[in-house]
Design a protein around this ligand. Structure first.
Ligand code: ADP
Ligand code: ADP
Length: 225
């Protein structure tokens, strides 16, 4: 089974109203374990809507969302939330780290919430922070870190509970080009290290070219770039 399979996904905002926006018009999309797919879309094309549906934060009007072979369409909120917490990691353009906790604690806390022991959580946090090259900053709070370092911590937090699917929305979008390039490299290291399936939305065609496959959102469907 692919980790993510979207079939015939449609979504409109304000359906039936004069200001109806048909954002997704039949999206078919599969991502396999270990595969990193670039999602390229102009602003307003429906990229966030698609990522929210794939990550079980929103529901489509029609079509199915399967994660690891499990059809999540029509499942209860409780089941969808459990699947999201266990199997999906999100990364945004801004890090959303907890300011009063250190880098390590930001990676440890979601694991404790998930029932991992303190010792195991700390060990995993150290390992993840090492992969992205900032183990030496583990004891710093976000405000003491650079933008690139903050974003690396956010990547580690997203992967803390070992998701099967990573959904990233412009993960390096708020960084300068050089930092963006390095931080993207760190993200790829993490993804390769864990072998998860990843969908990474970006406007940067050079970064997109470094991924395994590229798709573009056009008129509500996905087409190969
Ligand atoms: P992107 O992430 O590609 O910029 P979005 O998925 O956020 O696009 O939005 C796609 C389109 O749907 C845009 O035209 C946006 O204005 C519209 N839209 C998004 N969310 C809502 C909403 N809650 N209500 C009405 N329209 C929305
Ligand atoms: P928790 O309560 O453990 O944070 P949730 O199920 O609320 O778990 O969220 C799981 C993931 O979904 C988190 O990574 C969170 O950042 C993301 N998330 C939750 N709600 C939203 C939302 N409305 N918009 C974007 N991301 C969200």
């Amino acid at each position: 089974n692919p980790v993510l399979r979207l079939s015939g996904i449609t979504k409109s905002y304000n359906p039936g109203a004069v200001n109806e926006v048909a954002v997704l018009r039949g999206v078919d999309f599969e991502v396999a374990a270990g595969e990193v797919v670039a999602l390229v879309a102009p602003s307003g094309a429906g990229k966030s809507t698609l990522l929210h549906i794939a990550g079980l934060l929103d529901t489509p009007d029609s079509g199915t969302v399967e994660i690891d072979g499990a059809d999540m369409t029509g499942q209860s909120d409780r089941k969808r939330t459990r699947m999201r917490r266990n199997d999906v990691g999100f990364i945004y353009q801004f890090h959303h780290l907890l300011p009063e906790f250190t880098a390590a604690e930001n990676v440890i806390l979601p694991q404790l919430a998930n029932g991992t022991s303190k010792a195991d959580a700390a060990e995993r946090a150290h390992k993840l922070l090492s992969v992205v090259g900032i183990a030496g900053r583990a004891g710093h709070r976000p405000a003491a870190l650079s933008g690139g370092e903050q974003q690396r911590v956010a990547f580690c937090r997203a992967l803390a509970n070992g998701p099967r699917l990573l959904l990233a929305d412009e993960p390096t979008g708020n960084l300068d080009p050089t930092t963006s390039d390095q931080v993207f490299g760190a993200l790829m290291e993490l993804v390769r290290d864990t072998g998860l399936a990843a969908v990474i939305a970006t406007h940067n065609l050079e970064l997109a070219a470094r991924m395994d496959r590229q798709v573009r959102m056009e008129a509500g469907v996905l087409v190969p770039l």
